[in-house]
Design a protein around this ligand. Structure first.
Ligand SMILES: NC(=O)C1=CN([C@@H]2O[C@H](COP(=O)(O)OP(=O)(O)OC[C@H]3O[C@@H](n4cnc5c(N)ncnc54)[C@H](OP(=O)(O)O)[C@@H]3O)[C@@H](O)[C@H]2O)C=CC1
Ligand SMILES: CC(=O)C(=O)O
Ligand SMILES: [Mg+2]
Length: 588
């Protein structure tokens, strides 16, 4: 074992980086499974040593036809498998072939979920090696449809369901989950699933999908990830009347009943998993999201992906885009359709840091439109508190087109959850006074995108710099092929979470979001810019995540928020060395 512990990865000994840590190569890799080389023997274990039929039914250790003859002998598998022995690469090729046969995206999703339940390492191998092809399957847009139909496709529990029925027993419920060393929890209450609205308990597809990306894109080990859905009911009448609905059949609990359940959950999480477990809030409606973040931000390690992760990814895209559209950040004027994310605040903060101009001033170049029109000072008294800083002096403006004409933004960002709101008139208007308008249509899934790539390029006569929350195929216009990027928080949260975990951070700080953003923007190459891209390709995501993790961890150490000491000298190499790899291990 000693020699294993000294295992060199990328020329760096894990223990040399962090001599006193018990962590070694792999985030909390206490059993040395990731540290082992691929031809080194490890024990397949559940609570006892798995063998025979139960080994084939154990997704963490099942290798299907890849079990060698020796393994078949020593693990009582003879006769349970046909004679052929195939390696993981061939299994991967076979599965990719069969997934590509499906024409319907939801069939691909179900095939991937089946694989995850059958053979976890193969699932992650497919996802890591084919990330650009499979991201739209396990994540947006397909995960949206999967949530809408979750009641019909539900097979086995993939996470914990905590409903009002479990009030007073949440700690016990957490103990029912088979894994003990949890490092990241993604939790939703299902009220705002992508731009599809209230999907109640069926929102579970989102934490499951996000955590699959935590492992595939950020290298967190699957056993350390816990998807949770808090079920306080749903206001979605269609679901309430659907015989296949899997959640509580009641309207949403609010007020004291809601906050007491959430509080019990947050308390139980800390009690069961300790101070350093990361709780990522996902797809809560913004009337709860901002309050939960403020309430638990000072007592727990919490991160709201939709508010903070989205802010970080968009800031990165905007900073990168300056190379294409020109000017410095403080010279640009921003108009948002939708007031539910934290993007505006993070941009204002970054401008304030760069220019030393107070935040109250830098906010003035950022304008927000919500469902009632432009947010202006005369509306201040009736605005939710998180909108109030954006209520600038201006006469009332009712709709987006009028707001574009009045404000003349250089950057137009959609996060309204409402599709086709960047109309021809809106894009023509923003393109009429900008040589290269920056247009970001963030809303997911594809059906809710504020415009398509085709519309953005056609209506701007090929001048827009465009990215969207869900992917669009390249589009040819006037003989030129336009490739648009994906402005999605999936670039940020996996690396961000990894950075928190490897540094043992106990709180999230805005400066970490800025650091993550800078790290991401720094990964855009000249080749990407030449194609009009403001994000690097997802095919490099593990390296990007390691860069983000290193920057976030460095900031955690700098701010005194890191507890894993001593600080590894090379945080990038350390982050890489901690990443879960999905290749099969050999069993003794
Ligand atoms: N690409 C990415 O990484 C991310 C994308 N998103 C996407 O952003 C969208 C919104 O998310 P989120 O902000 O959390 O959702 P919310 O529902 O909390 O907020 C939506 C905002 O849009 C406004 N709005 C809704 N309809 C209109 C309309 N017709 N005209 C003008 N404004 C409107 C709402 O106004 P009011 O406040 O008045 O109700 C609200 O401010 C979703 O589709 C989600 O998928 C979210 C996070 C990350
Ligand atoms: C991407 C994401 O988090 C959302 O659309 O909600
Ligand atoms: Mg989300």
């Amino acid at each position: 074992m000693e020699s294993t512990m000294k295992e060199m990865r990328d020329g760096v000994s894990v223990l040399d980086l962090d001599p006193k840590s018990t962590v070694g190569g792999g985030v909390e890799d206490v059993y040395g499974e990731d540290r082992a080389t691929e031809d080194q023997l490890v024990t397949p274990w559940t609570f006892s040593v798995a063998s025979g039929y139960s080994l084939l039914r154990d997704p963490q250790h099942n290798k299907g036809l890849a079990f060698t003859q020796n393994e078949r002998d020593s693990h009582y598998l003879r006769g349970l498998l046909p004679p052929a022995v195939v390696n993981q690469e061939l299994q991967e090729r076979k599965l990719m072939n069969s997934i590509r046969q499906y024409q319907v995206p939801l069939q691909k999703y179900v095939a991937m979920m089946d694989l995850q339940e059958r053979n976890q390492r193969l699932f992650y191998k497919l996802l890591v090696d084919n990330v650009e092809e499979l991201l739209p399957v396990v994540y947006t847009p397909t995960v949206g449809e999967a949530c809408q139909k979750y009641g019909s496709i539900f097979r086995r529990p993939q996470g914990l369901y905590i409903s009002l029925n479990e009030k007073g027993k949440i700690l016990e419920v957490l103990k029912n989950w088979p894994e003990r060393s949890i490092q990241v929890i993604v939790v939703t209450d299902g009220e705002r699933i992508l731009g599809l609205g209230d999907l109640g308990c069926q929102g579970m597809g989102i934490p499951v999908g996000k955590l699959a990306l935590y492992t595939a894109l950020g290298g967190l080990r699957p056993s350390s990830c816990l998807p949770v859905t808090i079920d306080v009911g749903t206001n979605n009448e269609e679901l309430l009347n659907n015989e296949f609905y899997i959640g509580l059949r009641q309207r949403r609990a609010t007020g004291k009943e809601y906050s007491e359940l959430l509080h019990e959950f947050m308390t139980a999480v800390k009690q069961n998993y300790g101070e350093k477990v990361l709780v990522q809030f996902e797809d809560f409606a913004n009337h709860n999201a901002f309050d939960l973040l403020a309430k638990y931000g000072t007592t727990h390690l919490v991160f709201n992906d939709d508010i903070q992760g989205t802010a970080s990814v968009v800031l990165a895209g905007v900073v990168a885009a300056l190379n294409l559209i020109g000017g410095s950040l403080n010279e640009h004027k921003f108009l948002f359709l939708g007031a539910g994310t934290g993007i505006a605040e993070l941009i204002a903060l970054e401008v304030s840091k760069r220019t030393k101009v107070p935040l109250e001033e830098t906010r003035k170049k950022i304008w927000l439109v919500d469902s009632k029109g432009l947010i202006v000072s005369s509306r201040k008294d009736s605005l939710q508190h998180f909108k109030q800083p954006w209520a600038h002096e201006h006469e009332p403006v009712k709709d987006l087109l009028s707001a574009v004409k009045a404000i003349k933004p250089t950057v137009l960002i959609g996060s309204s959850g409402v599709g086709r709101t960047f109309t021809k008139e809106v894009i023509e208007a923003v393109s009429s006074y900008n040589e290269k308008p920056l247009i970001l249509a963030l809303s997911n899934p594809t059906s809710q995108s504020e415009c398509t790539a085709e519309e953005a390029y056609t209506w701007s006569e090929g001048r827009a710099i465009f990215a969207s929350g869900s992917p669009f195929d390249p589009f040819e216009y006037n003989g030129k092929v336009y490739v648009s990027g994906q402005a999605n928080n999936a670039y940020i949260f996996p690396g961000f979470g990894l950075g928190l975990v490897i540094s043992g951070a106990i709180r999230v700080h805005d400066d970490m979001l800025l650091a993550a953003s800078e790290a991401l923007a720094g990964q855009v190459s000249k080749e990407n810019y030449d194609m009009g891209l403001i994000y690097p390709p997802f095919s490099n995501i593990r390296k990007i995540s390691a860069q983000i993790a290193a920057s976030v961890a460095a900031k955690a150490y700098e701010l005194g928020l890191a507890t894993r000491l001593p600080r590894p000298a090379d945080l990038f190499k350390y982050a890489e060395s901690c990443m879960y790899t999905p290749n099969y291990r050999s069993y003794r």
